[in-house]
Design a protein around this ligand. Structure first.
Ligand SMILES: *[C@@H]1O[C@H](CO)[C@@H](O)[C@H](O)[C@H]1NC(C)=O
Ligand SMILES: *[C@@H]1O[C@H](CO)[C@@H](O)[C@H](O)[C@H]1NC(C)=O
Ligand SMILES: *[C@@H]1O[C@H](CO)[C@@H](O)[C@H](O)[C@H]1NC(C)=O
Ligand SMILES: *[C@@H]1O[C@H](CO)[C@@H](O)[C@H](O)[C@H]1NC(C)=O
Ligand SMILES: *[C@@H]1O[C@H](CO)[C@@H](O)[C@H](O)[C@H]1NC(C)=O
Ligand SMILES: [Zn+2]
Ligand SMILES: [Zn+2]
Length: 601
């Protein structure tokens, strides 16, 4: 997850407080234009008084704001930036104006606006300067895809798939021998974590050394972290790894995000230190192979993955690819550097008949500015993925795919999401497991056959997160895997009660417990797509299963579950499970119909 997320209650509050009048909107537009043309700050400030956009760039804000207005403002702003830049306004002057707009509209506070804009400026200017005849809608249409902003006709391409259908392969043997795989995700280790710091700070991450003291005991950050926008102190990293080692497993999957949500102040040097520290700790702690992938938080600035054609080395992510090529090869126990240096992805076979593919799924994330410059299969990754799966199919291998951002995510670029879905469909029997992270929620998504939409052909499970950010209890997953087909048979979700742990003396370790096992909680035989599809039918009938799903999403985290799950929330959850491709509502609509019938019976 990036730093975009605000609890639902706040959303409602913000939405009603700032419901806009047309006049206010027109006036703020005029204010912005004047700001660029005449530099009139007081006039703009006056127009912004009744038109505030707090946290508009955080996650899920498309549910809060008038999307059309946001798209219009984005286009207006970037048209002005592009024009003024071309007409010779200096970079410093443009940045000064954009920062002023950010603070004055209440989007974030001073230092968050300043920091975020400063560290992203060079890459945006590079794109504006080097993309031939760039238009604002190319920029707003991709970055604000979640708001439904239009991209024009751009952003369409496809990769080449081999002809034919998915090969027939054997069904899993539930009674045969099996082994375990541990999935850890989204640790977001925070070197600045301050015990008893301020948990209600208003910035994208709280409990920071430089945010001052808590104003009351209720607002003080706990020893083991906090439900309110806090990340993971080192002792929680150690405690989690220690606890996982009481389990038995053959492999570890780490599905990304190491860096904290202090997104306005990252540096290459500090990210390098943090990333190396965690990987070294994995290496020293586990005596089995660890398979890591990138999260969107690993680069500096976060989210941005420029490719090799970038002429300016200072903006490149090569440093990160080099770091990973080295560290991952050690953790995996095989040299993966060739493809990691190309684009942060790899394919390895840890035992005959089994292959693990690490995908850099962050390339589809719409906050990746580089997509504006070139969205066509970045780093040729999807074509490589298809080719690699074709070889795996020919070799009769079973494949697990690790990828950070779920493909049905509202912030995964539509065309990339569609092409990924085509790959999953073509190789549905070769792919026997998919593992995501990023959302910090315990979730799963079912892939359906586009030619036979009720036919389930794949499932992606989310590793949830170690960080409580936000509202969740820290957790990990332990999968049971069929030894002969490498299909997933079940998983267990392990967690502890953060409220309880924080109320105990610090000398006591948290009481970890198994929250549930999938097969047992949902009454299915294994984690094959057809079995998981049955869960959706059950949920549509028996809505208490959706209440369980809701609790599990937050791993029983008090702040998460105390908010409650309304009828709308239940339906959204059901819909999300049935969606693995951006804006594909086919199965979602189908299950919602069943849900309504379920209410009548
Ligand atoms: C703005 O952010 C940059 C980068 O983090 C920093 O160097 C600079 O001092 C900041 N300026 C202000 C006025 O805070
Ligand atoms: C980088 O890390 C050092 C040591 O933890 C810290 O003092 C410094 O403030 C960090 N730099 C930034 C820009 O956050
Ligand atoms: C999807 O459905 C089509 C049409 O029924 C079928 O030919 C194809 O084999 C199915 N694909 C998978 C992966 O089951
Ligand atoms: C392919 O692999 C499966 C195990 O996943 C095995 O049962 C089957 O015999 C293999 N087929 C061939 C032709 O090797
Ligand atoms: C977590 O522990 C606290 C403190 O003991 C308790 O009040 C709360 O009900 C527990 N939460 C859950 C979901 O059991
Ligand atoms: Zn994350
Ligand atoms: Zn993420």
């Amino acid at each position: 997850m990036t730093f975009r997320f605000v609890p639902f209650l706040v959303l409602i509050l913000v939405a009603s407080t700032y419901s806009k009048h047309n006049d206010d909107f027109e006036s703020v537009k005029h204010g912005i234009t004047q700001l660029f043309k005449t530099g009139n700050k007081p006039y703009f400030a006056k127009t912004a008084k009744s038109y505030q956009l707090p946290h508009v760039l955080r996650e899920h804000m498309e549910k809060v704001y008038n999307n059309e207005e946001i798209c219009t403002l984005c286009n207006l702003l970037f048209d002005l930036v592009i024009d003024e830049w071309k007409q010779g306004m200096t970079k410093d002057k443009i940045l000064d104006i954009v920062k002023y707009i950010c603070v004055t509209l209440g989007i974030e506070n001073d230092r968050v606006c300043n920091g975020s804009i400063t560290i992203n400026a060079d890459i945006v200017f590079y794109i504006v300067e080097n993309y031939p005849d760039i238009k604002a809608n190319r920029l707003c249409g991709s970055v604000l895809q979640a708001f439904g902003c239009s991209t024009g006709d751009d952003f369409d391409w496809s990769i080449i798939l081999p002809p034919g259908n998915a090969a027939k392969r054997p069904q899993p043997d539930t009674s045969g021998s099996s082994f375990n795989i541990l999935q850890l995700s989204d640790i977001h280790y925070d070197p600045n974590y301050k015990i008893n710091g301020k948990a209600n700070c208003g910035e994208p991450v709280c409990c920071q050394e430089d945010q001052g003291e808590a104003d009351s005991p209720e607002n003080a950050c706990g020893y083991w972290s906090d439900y309110r926008f806090a990340d993971t102190p080192w002792h929680l990293v150690e405690e989690t790894i220690r606890q996982t080692k009481t389990q038995d497993f053959d492999y570890v999957y780490y599905t990304g995000d190491i860096i904290s949500h202090r997104v306005w102040q990252t540096t290459v040097e500090n990210n390098t230190k943090t990333i190396s520290k965690l990987y070294s700790f994995f290496k020293q702690s586990y005596d089995v192979p660890v398979f890591p992938i990138f999260g969107n938080h690993e680069p500096h600035p976060l989210n941005v993955w420029p490719d090799d054609r970038l002429k300016d080395e200072t903006l490149s992510v090569k440093w990160l690819f080099k770091l990973a090529a080295d560290e991952w090869s050690k953790l995996i126990g095989q040299d993966v550097s060739e493809t990691v240096l190309k684009g942060g992805y790899y394919s390895v076979s840890p035992r005959p008949g089994f292959r693990i593919i690490g995908v850099n799924g962050n390339l589809c994330y719409t906050d990746n500015w580089w997509l504006i410059y070139d969205d066509v299969d970045p780093f040729n990754q999807l074509q490589w993925l298809a080719d690699t799966l074709e070889q795996a199919e020919a070799a009769n291998e079973s494949v697990h795919i690790l990828s950070h951002v779920p493909t049905g995510d509202i912030s995964c670029l539509k065309v990339w999401s569609r092409e990924y879905h085509r790959i999953v469909e073509r190789f549905s029997s070769t792919i026997t497991g998919q593992f995501n992270g990023h959302t910090h929620r315990d979730e799963f998504h079912v892939y359906y056959n586009s030619s036979a939409p009720t036919e389930a052909i794949g499932v992606a499970f989310n590793g949830a997160s170690v960080t409580p950010y936000d509202s969740s209890n820290p957790s990990y997953k332990l999968y049971r895997v069929d030894q002969s087909t490498y299909s997933l048979l079940d998983y267990e979700e392990w967690t502890f009660n953060l409220t309880l742990a924080n109320s105990q003396p610090v000398s006591e370790t948290p009481e970890w417990y198994k929250l549930y096992s999938f097969a047992q909680a949902y009454g299915v035989n294994n984690l094959q797509a057809i079995e998981v599809d049955k869960v959706l039918y059950k949920m549509a009938q028996d809505h208490s299963l959706l209440d369980d799903y809701f609790r599990f999403k937050f791993r029983n985290g008090d702040d998460g579950i105390n908010a409650g799950c309304s009828e709308t929330c239940r339906k959204e959850n059901l819909c999300d499970i049935a969606k693995a491709q951006f804006a594909d509502n086919t199965q979602c609509d189908y299950f919602l119909q069943l849900y309504e019938q379920g209410k009548q019976t």
